[in-house]
Write a protein that binds this ligand. Structure first.
Ligand SMILES: *Cc1c(COP(=O)(O)O)cnc(C)c1O
Length: 367
């Protein structure tokens, strides 16, 4: 590949010496699970995200799972999720024994459509999980208003959107309790698996801390059936290093997206990302759409350019969720996005030349 889908080269070279130093500190300290580094990262991430509490956990899926547990959501309950999300959002609902209920996204922003939420609320609905997909903040004011009106909890899936905001308020600070992921390719990525919960409710944060650590507050005394879902001490140390760069890296992603927007505007039937009023987009992914998606992806690949599809099969059509009884046509907007979307290369430090090269190749494609 001349231009890969994702490269860590530029960001890694900036932080390499700091990361090695952080590893050495961690190694020498000899405290490898739930120590000072986790505490420090939690404090700094809570402050970055403008919330009272952050709880470091093993990954984004576990963050959502624990978040739902703190709200006592379980069998017999329904949780509304977007029909075009990554499978992890839906899995978290299944883990607590609740039923995922899909609501269609807006075809322009790809985020859950607040109009579609109201249509699927029943007497069993307990929570809504808005997903800030691809890095764009959902219209959180409307979603919070719906939740208030119906007495529902909100759990944001902030895995793709650290540092995005809606009407000036950060994603991950709107919901009752929210989950994020530090999977390496995320906007804030660890050097392995990691995740966090964010909340402004100290009681929920406390419950989450207990749940991630065997359901135990005092060693060898177990209050609830918890998990081993702790954030690794060394990942916390790495994340503290990387968090300092996140604002700059976000700006670079937005710059790269604006280069793409300019260069790709008006080509063929391409649909470029659209940002809704009041929202910011942190471009975890730069997603375009075209009816000739598969051909364009092959053409890019033939020209040495990486791309990916987020996501080719919506959750309701996955074999894992056959039991829900949906079929092709059940969620036409999610299916339309799955059939036409294509994510182009984007990473902090990507050069304008590379965007130009990709855009020229796309221009030469026979739409
Ligand atoms: C990555 C991701 C997750 C899961 O995070 P992991 O750390 O991989 O478990 C959940 N939801 C969304 C939208 C994601 O993109």
């Amino acid at each position: 590949m001349d231009i890969p889908f994702l490269s860590f080269e530029k960001t890694n070279s900036i932080i390499k010496s700091e990361i090695l130093q952080a590893f050495e500190d961690f190694f020498d300290k000899g405290w490898y699970v739930l120590g000072e580094k986790v505490k420090q990262f939690e404090t700094e991430y809570a402050s970055f995200n403008n919330v009272s509490d952050s709880v470091g956990v093993s990954n984004g899926l576990d963050a959502l799972h624990i978040a739902l547990r703190t709200l006592n959501i379980g069998p017999g309950d329904e949780v509304i999720v977007p029909s075009n999300t990554y499978i992890a959002t839906v899995l978290a609902v299944s883990y607590v024994g609740a039923t995922p209920v899909f609501a269609e996204p807006d075809i322009k922003t790809y985020n859950i459509d607040y109009n579609s939420i109201e249509k699927v609320i029943t007497s069993k609905t307990k929570a809504i999980i808005p997903v800030h997909l691809y890095g764009q903040a959902c219209e959180m004011d409307r979603i919070m208003a719906i939740a208030d009106r119906h007495g529902l909890f909100v759990v944001e899936d902030n895995a793709q959107s650290q540092s995005a905001s809606f009407k000036g308020k950060l994603t991950g600070s709107w919901g009752n309790i929210n989950g994020t992921s530090f999977y390496p390719g995320k906007n804030l990525g660890a050097l392995g698996d990691a995740g966090a919960i964010t909340t402004n409710d100290p009681d929920l944060a406390h419950k989450a801390r207990v749940l991630r650590n065997y359901g135990s507050e005092k060693k060898y005394y177990n209050d609830v059936i918890g998990y081993n879902m702790r954030l690794d001490e060394c990942q916390a140390a790495f994340l503290t290093v990387k968090l300092k760069h996140l604002r700059e890296w976000t700006k670079q992603r937005q710059q790269i997206a604006s280069w793409y927007n300019l260069a790709l505007n008006g080509i063929g039937d391409l649909v470029l990302p659209e940002v809704s009023e009041g929202a910011t987009h942190v471009y975890h992914l730069y997603v375009i759409r075209t009816k000739q998606r598969d051909q364009l992806q092959k053409y890019l690949s033939d020209n040495g350019i990486g791309s990916l599809i987020h996501y080719p099969i919506p959750p309701h059509l996955q074999d894992a969720y056959k039991n829900l009884g949906f079929k092709k046509g059940s969620f036409p907007i999610a299916e339309e996005i799955a059939d036409t979307c294509l994510s182009l290369p984007i990473w902090p430090g990507m050069a304008q030349d590379q965007v130009d090269t990709i855009s020229k190749v796309i221009e030469n494609f026979k739409f």
